[in-house]
Design a binder for this molecule. Structure first.
Ligand code: NAP
Length: 245
């Protein structure tokens, strides 16, 4: 199976790990990044950056580069690129497989309010809530538009807009420690945690901290992704590649 070329749709730690495993298994890997992060952690192999301009353009890229499979390891909330990757693989007549880490599940002691999207998360917060916001930088303005809300917004890279009074920007990269998460929530008198249901271990600690502190969590559910071949485990996905690609 020497030098078979696979295209990984990335932007996540999972994508970096898949690139490593696939490279070790002998594939020629190229990871595609959206190009929105200033100093992204780079995977092994080739990297291309920036939007393709839709499924047709991605399919043309796939054909030109001679990829034999598309591996979608994008974030569970990156729905557009997954749709485009699925369609592009179909147009180029090559297999598409996705890594989808399992969603977090509420446990005994959790107080989750599950909502379908960002707008519903904003609406679910009671008046004058002091929020720990962990939804990435794109969604921050929708929360700040509510003048009664305040809190901390944590993200990896700063957002383009300035923060309104009452909001503090916290730049940090996971993983996070449970005790530190608890300390932060207590110090800042947080009343609500708002998060996307990203799943995975790197950021789970905030949920444990909220449970320990009896804090409500506004949990934003995942958008739909294409019904396609899906793996919850990196090793199984790599095994699939080895046996079928
Ligand atoms: P999205 O809404 O699904 O995609 C928006 C557009 O960005 C796509 O239509 C595509 O542009 C371009 N794009 C996105 N991911 C790309 C990739 N890996 N390679 C090439 N182009 C890509 O995605 P998003 O939610 O903005 O996320 C952008 C990136 O950040 C993804 O790689 C994702 O894995 C990562 N990420 C997202 C989140 C999140 O919460 N959404 C969290 C952590 C990491 P064209 O239409 O021009 O092709």
């Amino acid at each position: 199976m020497p030098d078979k070329r696979i295209l990984i749709l990335g932007g996540t730690q999972d994508a970096i790990e898949i690139a490593q495993l696939a490279h070790a298994a002998g594939y020629d890997v190229t990871t595609s990044l959206a190009g929105v992060t200033r100093a992204p952690k780079l995977p092994i192999g080739a990297v291309r950056s920036g939007g393709f301009g839709g499924a047709e353009a991605m399919a043309a890229f796939i054909r030109a580069q001679g990829f034999v499979a598309v591996v979608d390891a994008t974030h569970p909330f990156a729905a557009q690129i997954s749709r485009a990757g699925f369609e592009a693989a179909g147009l180029a007549a090559i297999p598409y497989a996705r890594l989808e880490r399992p969603a977090w599940q509420a446990q005994s002691g959790d107080n989750w309010v599950c909502v379908p999207d960002i707008a519903a998360a904003v609406a679910a917060l009671p008046p004058n809530a002091k929020v720990f916001l962990t939804v990435g930088r794109k969604a921050v303005p929708q929360f700040m538009a509510r003048a009664d809300l305040s809190g901390i917004a944590r993200m990896i890279e700063p957002p383009p807009q300035t923060f309104t009074p009452g909001w503090t920007l916290l730049l940090a990269r996971p993983p996070f420690d449970v005790e530190e998460e608890k300390g932060l929530m207590q110090l800042e008198c947080i009343t609500h945690l708002v998060t996307k249901n990203s799943g995975g271990e790197m950021t789970r600690s905030k949920l444990v901290a909220a449970r320990d502190l009896f804090l409500p969590v506004i949990m934003i559910e995942r958008p739909d992704k294409p019904k396609a071949l899906c793996f919850s485990d990196l090793v199984l996905l790599t095994k699939f590649l080895a046996e079928n690609i």
